[in-house]
Design a binder for this molecule. Structure first.
Ligand SMILES: Nc1ncnc2c1ncn2[C@@H]1O[C@H](COP(=O)(O)OP(=O)(O)OP(=O)(O)O)[C@@H](O)[C@H]1O
Ligand SMILES: [Mg+2]
Length: 222
């Protein structure tokens, strides 16, 4: 069953938020276990804010000695396993990456973020090589403006595309997405009286989850 990790050496790149969006979207149709493998515990904190769908379980990893067994156990119980990693390279991140069928690397369209995303991509490739096993990785443009792209943003996008596969769907910078950290639960549980733009955020999240699902299917048929 597919194991998806969110990785990037850049802190604040959007790993936890993008993982929550994917997990809550996929849990509408299938069983999902999310593993908080970041000692900062932001995924776990989110999971305690509101009741989660019966399809969604959130676990806190016991660390590098346990992560492989935790992933195996989660994969035996759920259709999809999603791992939220910490923003620094460690044995824990490297073990989780090695167990993944897909690594998603979120990045903003800013030069420093893009550089970190490329470094993370290189790290996944090194891991792949060391383990003699293909570990597919994709770059996710996150926290981007929904408006027309600037010249610099286009330049960065081209640089990312040259280095690896980039998801066609971006997760734009949206209040509905950041609000998940305050409200808990998924986008559909947000209160329209408190948060603007929920409908657009749902359309964005659905397109993103559908594209990730498609990539997993491709890998399955390869
Ligand atoms: N698409 C988005 N739209 C709006 N805000 C976002 C989006 N993605 C992330 N954020 C906000 O940016 C901040 C950092 O995001 P997040 O915690 O997801 O990053 P991270 O990569 O998990 O960080 P860390 O490395 O510290 O774990 C958070 O405050 C979050 O609410
Ligand atoms: Mg995080």
């Amino acid at each position: 069953m597919p194991v998806i990790s969110f990785a990037s050496s850049k802190g604040g790149a959007g790993k936890t938020t993008s993982a929550i969006i994917l997990g809550t979207e996929l849990a509408q149709g299938t069983s999902v276990t999310m593993i908080d493998a970041d000692p900062a515990g932001r995924l776990a904190r989110w999971s305690e804010l509101a009741p989660l769908s019966d399809n969604l379980t959130v676990l806190v990893s016991g660390g590098e000695r346990h992560i492989q067994a935790e992933i195996e156990e989660a994969a035996s119980k759920s259709t999809v396993v999603i791992i939220d990693l910490e923003g620094t390279a460690s044995r824990l991140t490297s073990f989780a990456i090695a167990e993944s069928d897909l690594v998603i690397i979120p990045t903003a369209e800013e030069q420093q973020d893009a550089n970190e995303a490329l470094e993370t991509l290189a790290e996944v490739r090194r891991e792949s090589r060391a383990r003699r096993q293909k570990i597919p990785a994709v770059i996710l443009k996150a926290r981007t403006a929904a408006a027309v792209k600037s010249k610099l943003e286009k330049h960065i996008a081209a640089e990312l595309e040259k280095a690896g596969r980039v998801l066609k769907t971006e997760l734009n910078r949206r209040t509905a997405f950041s609000s998940l950290h305050n409200a808990g639960g998924g986008l559909r549980e947000l209160d329209p009286n408190d948060v603007n733009g929920i409908d657009k955020a749902i359309v964005n999240a659905e397109a993103y989850a559908a594209e990730v699902f498609e990539i997993l299917m491709e890998a399955d048929n390869a």
